[in-house]
Design a protein around this ligand. Structure first.
Ligand code: SF4
Ligand code: SF4
Length: 383
């Protein structure tokens, strides 16, 4: 096998990403102890941090692509090492050399779909609004209060299109003044950036920002925590700032203000799974729980690993597009954790988590044991 030795580039990229911090690492191993990969196979982010100090020489190895950017290891590191920035820097080098392991190879196809049609599926841009058929959803203009950024999964994935319709119905019932970008909406670019394709991220982000500005958008509602994260934390790199909230936050506000009222009971045992990019990365833990508690009939359970300690579903960091062996899926552990505490419904608020849990439920033959729902679907049933 050919061995690549881009020492200089790797060191430069890691340093650009603040890699000086890797020198602070004293190899305590706390990062490895919390990393979900070590529940299913051996993986050492500690070792990658160590190698990053010298310039990683094995960028062709599969382990470069494993990190889901779940945020657990940076949150526990006593030396404030930024492991995610380091691994993304290494992936940038792999991108520059066009080196992808077998499991990471689908990223190439995804990139080409994002370039040509603005979505990872390579679906026709014109079909981006197909989910609105039969619904009253207008195109955003400068007089509209909120821009609803619908994200690629809600626009194209058959399961998630149902969630898009549910969200539109809830906003319509609540009298929220909102509109969508329609065919001109691009993927937010968060996940492709985490795979190291910085150039493509910048292209998508710049086009979205221009679109937001040209249309006069000031307040943005996101349906995905990944869009929320990148709009709030990464788009300001382009010297722009929009008010950005996740759909769960606006629903929480509507419930508190008495605009959204629940008239029906939801008599089921429910457990909320904290998506990494809503919870650990953005600190939104209580709002979804408060909304669920406001619905009569719900028995709200908690899994042992919840809030800051929630187990990642496995789809962040671009893993959503990579192959994960059946036996190595964190989602399997998570669905079993929900079942073990007696939950009838595993509810969450991220398109990646839902897609993954739905798939896992089928793979494990648990269709009649547990339901997977987006939080908006429970809300809609209780109105
Ligand atoms: S937790 Fe931080 S200091 Fe400890 S091994 Fe990991 S990166 Fe190094
Ligand atoms: S961010 Fe999460 S998946 Fe990535 S190395 Fe850290 S603990 Fe593991």
């Amino acid at each position: 096998m050919e061995v690549y030795e881009p020492f200089k580039e790797a060191i430069e990229e890691i340093n650009k990403a603040g890699g000086e911090r890797t020198k602070l690492c004293f190899q305590c191993g706390k990062c490895d102890s919390v990393c979900p990969w070590n529940r299913v196979r051996n993986f050492s982010i500690r070792r990658i941090v160590r190698e990053a100090n010298f310039g990683l020489s094995e960028i062709e190895k599969d382990y470069v692509w494993l990190c889901t950017t779940c945020g657990k290891c940076p949150s526990i590191c006593p030396r404030d090492v930024r492991q995610i920035e380091d691994i993304v820097a290494v992936r940038r080098v792999a991108n520059n050399y066009n080196i992808f392991s077998d499991t990471a190879r689908p990223i190439k196809m995804v990139s080409s779909g994002l370039k040509s049609e603005g979505n990872p599926f390579g679906e026709d841009r014109k079909k981006r609004t197909a989910w609105t058929e039969g619904l009253s959803v207008k195109i955003f203009n400068e007089h509209t209060e909120y821009l609803l950024f619908t994200d690629c999964y809600l626009c194209y994935d058959p399961r998630m299109k149902k969630v898009a319709k549910t969200i539109a119905n809830i906003l319509n019932i609540s009298g929220v003044d909102y509109g969508i970008l329609g065919e001109t909406e691009n993927c937010c670019g968060e996940s492709i950036r985490k795979t190291g394709n910085e150039e493509l991220f910048k292209k998508l982000a710049k086009e979205n920002i221009k679109n937001f500005i040209d249309r006069g958008a000031k307040k943005v509602i996101t349906t995905s925590p990944h869009c929320l994260y990148t709009f709030k934390n990464e788009y300001p790199e382009f010297k722009v700032n929009f008010e950005v909230i996740h759909i769960v936050e606006i629903i929480y506000k509507l419930v508190k203000e008495g605009v959204l009222r629940f008239n029906k009971k939801f008599n089921k045992k429910v457990v909320f799974h904290d998506p990494c990019y809503l919870g650990r990365h953005m600190g939104i833990f209580e709002e979804p729980r408060e909304v669920l508690k406001a619905i009569a009939g719900i028995t709200l359970l908690e899994m042992e690993e919840e809030r800051e300690n929630a187990l990642c579903c496995g789809m962040g960091g671009g893993r959503v597009w990579m192959e994960t062996h059946k036996e190595e899926r964190f989602s399997k552990i998570r669905v079993m954790q929900a079942l073990e505490i007696g939950a009838e419904v595993l509810v969450t608020a991220c398109p990646y988590c839902i897609t993954n849990f739905e798939d896992t439920r089928v793979v494990l033959g648990l269709e009649d044991k547990i339901e997977i729902k987006d939080i908006t679907e429970i809300i809609a049933e209780a109105l």
